[in-house]
Design a protein around this ligand. Sequence first.
Ligand code: SF4
Ligand code: SF4
Length: 314
Amino acid sequence: MNIQQILDNRQCFKLVCGAGNEDAEQVRRLVFVYALAGASIFDLSANEDVIMAAQDSLKRAKSEAALCVSVGIAGDPHVSKAVIDADKCISCGACHSVCPQNAIADKTVNHQKCIGCHKCEKVCHNCAISFVSQTKPVSDILTPLCKYPISVYELHAIGENEAAVDNDWAAVCEMPSLMKSLCIDRSKVGNERLIARIRRCLDGRQPQTTIIQTDGTPMSGGKDDFRTTLQAIATAELVTKYNIPAYILLSGGTNSNSSYLAHILGVPIHGVAIGSFARQIVADFIADPHFWESPDIIGKAIERAKMLVKNITG
Ligand code: SF4
Ligand code: SF4
């Protein structure tokens, strides 16, 4: 099945490795596990080592799943990295224990691993953590990736800067894939402005060649409950009301209940993108130093991943 058929069947499971996740070995393992569990799209950072690692795992798993590369406008949390001010840090360790990527050690943050989730910032009582955003133009980031078989290019358009959205979306649309994805949320803009933004971005695009990824609360999906997904479904519901000719994927706070909740609320979606929760349920296996040499570890990881994929795709 190609990507449009999967979306038409409303059975898309997208594993979000993280637009800011440049840990190629972690991505290699995640893609291998979720490819064998039946994921249909893998969302990756715009990093050649990461893309090659994902390609390698798809080949190894004999999977025909699609690759999606994500970039963000300046300031978007998905492409921001934490920085610790060593003068303010008192080494209390609070940030270490909440970091889902184990990216913090000795008052420094490993930027290859940091996914910009801001969890560390929320627990630091000394205001020692700030964020830096990528500043390279999106076209410069994406152009070297033309040589890879990328099926979807995605822009995270979170923020108030309409000119940045237009400019970076134009750069994304220049890329060779038929399908593009626009990831939006309502944290900074109201409903009317959000719909106007979507309409502007879709102007001139063929119907059903765009995915609108309705991000509820970005990178908040640690819990497997109904509540965490509500914002993503509310945003999806808004988009469906305007008859936008695009596919809709939920994201941001998604978990094993997301598809079911959308169904009982009568919100027609084409699939679910899951990051934090999907990575969290296999994190111990993925981090195991004996991962590749242990069929038992890999098997257990795949079993957990399969249950999640099945909950989404039915
Ligand atoms: S939470 Fe803040 S003060 Fe504590 S170790 Fe982290 S950066 Fe330092
Ligand atoms: S908690 Fe999140 S933002 Fe902070 S260092 Fe870890 S991955 Fe980066």
